[in-house]
Design a protein around this ligand. Sequence first.
Ligand code: HEM
Length: 436
Amino acid sequence: MPGPRGLEHLQVMNLAAGDTRAAIDALRRRYGDAFVFGFGAIRFHWLLGAAANRFVLLEAASAFRNRQAYRFLEPIGGPTALIVSDEPEHMRRRRRVQPAFHRRHLRGWSEQALTAFEGWAEQALERRQLALQPSLRPVVLDLVLDVLLGPGTRARHPGLRDDLAAMMAFANQPFLAQLFRLPVPGLPWWRFTRARVRVDAVLHSEIARRRAAPEADARGGVLSLLLAGAADSPPLSDAEVRDQAVSLVAAGFDTTTAALTWCAFLLCDEALHERLAAAVRGVDPLAASALPEVDALWREAVRLYPPAPAILRISAEPVAWGDLHLPTAALVGLSTFHTHRDPALWREPERPRLERWLAPEGPWAAPRDPFAYLPFGYGARYCIGAGLARTLGGAWLAVMLARARWRTPHPEAVRPLGTTLSPPGGLPLTFERCAV
Ligand code: HEM
């Protein structure tokens, strides 16, 4: 595959360390839609565009695997988490997890989220100025924990939230930094492993408690539903249940916080804010979070700023895509970020436009090709928590649009950065109350 060599390679690596997406842009201009760069464990074969997405995720899906591609997530989620499971185990586990995310739970999640965000909003609006992402992170983590582990769990284990946050802090380091796993007191890996021991102890005690006294309803959260499971598929072991629970928290809370932050960023535009505020005015918050305008804003936020900007796979055999030959064990990167901003697929892709979703026959309509829009992945690997994330997003928007306007000091300087796409400085905002 084409790609930079020698000095150019070093320059690109340097650029990629600060801004991977800028490095991919530069390489795409020079080499087209397929190129390779990086070394060792981070040598990526980037395949860009809707046709590449279709090839890897559908046409040649059976030639690709997840486990080795996402093995950097294993220390947190464990070896049986869905994201690192390959077939046939993946499907067996997914069948057990999927029912816990059924649509019938949406209303309950929405009510929980509205209450939590109303409490958060009162404090935020008192302060008037804050960096949004770090301020939202604990409230989203608490919500995700309540949904996944049941509302009583945080009270029984007060240290759980901080330990999980410490584990996530390790995973949020740049890719290269995560390769340094020195068990030296005070260093990130040491803090990570100590937190993991405590989290595992909590999870195993909760699993034992629920096995002894089953409570297969919303009060026990996803965890109890996992233990109850469906009668038509073999049960999960305790180790599998632990891995699902921890990996769901890890997959869910940072991505969702980032998506809410990007919704807020789009709404720093006064005209867009006014349009959304007018739509929710006088509408019950539960209904407001489901309005088409709110939905369109959410879709635009995760289009322009997909919190999971790349989907990774590794080839299990030699694969040919046209003239292109991938060897066995090639690490493949698909960029949702670049797909969502591809001018061949989207009209004026850099501009947020609700019409892409509100007027499917209009000139701005989103492309019908499912491989042009993949913020939550595709097919058998489609994000299991997409409905939960959307519910939390809708609740936050319903609460905030009814209460406040906000702006950020330098909107033109906001660039999406990091493994989970986030704005610099966590998006500093100034709030102004408006009449409810
Ligand atoms: C805005 C928030 C979120 C975004 C943008 C997002 C994005 C994604 C994407 C792109 C994938 C596909 C990865 C691939 O095919 O390699 C995925 C998979 C997954 N997501 Fe999410 N996600 C979000 C929230 C959540 C939440 C809230 C949960 C759970 C509580 C969750 C759990 C998962 C799991 C378990 C998988 C793996 C599914 C499988 O391989 O079968 N995600 N997510």
